[in-house]
Design a protein around this ligand. Structure first.
Ligand code: ADP
Ligand code: MG
Length: 605
């Protein structure tokens, strides 16, 4: 007897389901996308036990017509593709007409639906592709789909699921992304009976960021905007002070779909290079609108990869738009709230069946969350009535005001700075407008020297300091080659060099920032570094090396300098485009609010 036989339909569905339904979060994603496609503007997602036991998605969309219900659960059933031509345009968005059939093949599904024109709704139950009920039901307009016992009939897959906690966190991530990409839809997200996230659906991305990450993060976000003939970029990026240690808070949408892209990550890194220390990454919520013929989408049901045609242009556009957003903003590190910024309250954790060691953490998160929501209590022992400014913001007040703090660096503000003095021979203390600023003199001076050097170089200001008598340096063949290939750059930077005979060269002049340092030594060092570097056309690397040399001449921590010197230093620092970070990315200025001090002294709580 032959052994080749056709698989039955249920087995085929189960196999196909493996591709679409990997875990509870894939079910949520598919159901959410269907709800959004149905034109809904209010959507509720409820999960229990990480979505393994129970997932409910309710929308107020079009509903499914009675005559379409059974078909919708067949494989390759879709109302979104009618012909082969549609396929091309629609495939890029991930519609394959497989979600409902796949989900119902591996779980117990209950559908409640009603279209606006129908008088009575419908209840349809299908378990492991088997129809269990099809009957009239009194339900509101729209659709509810309940998915119970995922993989009840595929034990192997069920065994491979992670803990409810982890599966729940994948769902939460999808919720966050969908909420961010559809601020015009009001979402409610319920975990084990508790409402965890809720958005208004008023179209305001800022309000969504506020809901997801809390007030502190929201108040440190800067809007970005860029537009050319093809690309439109908008969204928000975080001030450098709330940098994270991984890329997880860089979330971006291409044509409203969340994607992963190393190109975009690299562009964000590049834009932040001057502001962040190594291995630190910013918050960034970015939206890209790009014509579909400029991208190549590789769809897989569970991930989204995009390649960009004209990738260089796209990359530059991102870098430019973020840089310009950062360069016109006050970026002084406010150390008052450092704790809460380090751990923004992410209301995403599962709170049922936590493993014993996780209980405490969950409790903490809950407590923190409660505190955040609570009204500020003021215990004033001197009958002050004013509410300190960091507590002043009301939930509703997350509009532009957050971006309009008085600029510490403006000329007008500078006149009102009160220079209090020097601390530990290193830090300068300035009072201004209810805040207390601390400036690191070494970082400040280093930054000034660096900026001077770079700007002279970029603006072709020849500012060399003559050395007399000249310094004679002896070069190896390799060093000589480097010198020749960089002749123009060296000249531009302020070096005056002439051939002296044989393998000897005379150094007549150096950039004035570097005058007085051991010229011969660092020039040799510079050639050394350049000759071992692979990229031989990178002026940035010359500047970087010159900059690190210039640091050696900067005022050190521990040097006592006069008030007048400090005043001049601050003047110059504040005239720089980016005075906030030294060339190595460390902060130059930090601030502490009066309110924070008052909190520390328990004048207020
Ligand atoms: P696809 O979304 O790729 O078309 P699905 O299997 O996800 O395939 O859904 C099949 C069809 O069922 C959809 O094309 C749509 O017509 C209908 N449908 C599914 N969910 C909903 C919903 N929440 N509201 C209205 N119609 C829906
Ligand atoms: Mg679908």
């Amino acid at each position: 007897m032959g052994i080749v036989r056709l698989l039955d339909a249920q087995t085929i569905d189960k196999i196909a389901a493996g591709e679409v339904v990997e875990r509870p979060s894939s079910v949520v994603k598919e159901l959410l996308e269907n709800s959004i496609d149905s034109g809904a503007n209010v959507i509720t997602v409820e999960i229990k036990n990480g979505g393994i036991d129970y997932i409910r998605v309710t929308d107020n969309g079009s509903g499914i017509d009675r005559s379409d219900v059974k078909t919708a659960f067949l494989r390759h059933a879709t109302s979104k593709i009618k012909s082969a031509e549609d396929l091309v345009s629609v495939l890029s968005l991930g519609f394959r007409g497989e979600a409902l059939s796949s989900i119902s093949a591996v779980s117990k599904v209950e559908l409640l639906t009603k279209t606006k024109t129908d008088v009575c709704g419908l209840r349809y139950v299908i378990e492991g592709s088997r129809e269990m009920a099809f009957e009239d039901a009194g339900v509101p307009d729209g659709t509810t789909i309940i998915v119970k016992n995922l993989f009840f009939n595929v034990p192997v897959r069920r065994k491979f699921l992670k803990t409810a906690m982890t599966e729940g966190s994948y769902i939460s991530e999808i919720m966050e992304h969908i909420m961010l990409s559809h601020p015009e839809i009001s979402f409610k997200y319920i975990i084990n009976g508790n409402v965890k996230l809720q958005t208004k659906g008023d179209g305001d991305v800022k309000a969504v960021i506020y809901e997801l990450y809390g007030r502190d993060v929201m108040s440190l976000m800067i809007p970005v905007e860029y537009k050319d003939d093809n690309i439109h970029i908008h969204g928000y990026v975080g001030k450098p002070e709330m940098a994270r240690s991984n890329h997880n808070y860089e979330i971006y949408f291409v044509n409203n779909r969340v994607i992963k892209s190393t190109l975009i990550n690299r562009a964000i890194d590049e834009a932040y290079k001057a502001y962040l220390m190594l291995h630190k990454y910013p918050y960034a919520i970015l939206y890209f609108d790009i014509p579909s013929d400029m991208i190549d989408v590789n769809v897989h049901p569970t991930k989204m990869e995009v390649r960009f045609l004209e990738a260089d242009r796209f990359y530059n556009a991102i870098v430019e738009c973020i840089k310009s957003a950062l360069s016109h903003k006050e970026l002084i590190w406010d150390v008052s709230n450092e704790k809460s910024i380090d751990k923004p309250i992410r209301t995403v954790s599962e709170d049922i069946n936590p493993e014993p060691f996780e209980v405490k953490h969950l409790e903490d998160v809950k407590k923190e969350y409660e505190i955040k929501k609570a009204e500020p209590i003021i215990i004033s022992n001197d009958h002050e009535t004013s509410i300190p400014d960091i507590l002043e913001f009301e939930e509703t007040e997350i509009e532009e005001s957050k971006f309009e703090q008085i600029n510490f660096l403006s000329e007008e503000a500078r006149k009102r700075h009160v220079l209090i003095g020097q601390l530990f021979d290193t830090y300068w203390l300035v009072e201004f407008d209810g805040n207390f600023y601390i400036i690191d003199q070494h970082a400040a001076h280093e930054k000034i020297r660096y900026e001077r050097l770079v700007s002279k170089y970029r603006n072709d200001v020849n500012d060399s300091q003559m050395i007399s008598p000249p310094i004679i340096i002896t070069l190896s063949l390799q060093e000589e080659n480097v010198l020749k290939s960089y002749t123009d750059e060296f000249k531009k930077a302020g070096f005056e060099i002439e051939h002296f005979g044989g393998n000897e060269y005379a150094l007549y002049g150096v950039p004035s920032e570097l005058y007085g340092l051991k010229e011969g030594d660092y020039f040799n060092e510079l050639l050394d570094v350049l000759s071992t570097e692979k990229t031989h056309n990178d002026i940035d690397s010359i500047l970087a090396h010159l900059a690190s040399t210039s640091c050696k001449g900067a005022i050190k921590a521990g040097n006592k300098i006069s008030l007048a010197e400090a005043d001049a230093l601050i003047d110059e620092l504040l005239s720089l485009e980016n005075p906030y970070n030294c060339p190595h990315g460390r902060p130059v200025i930090i601030s502490l609010s009066k309110a924070e001090l008052e909190k520390k002294f328990k004048r207020i709580l």
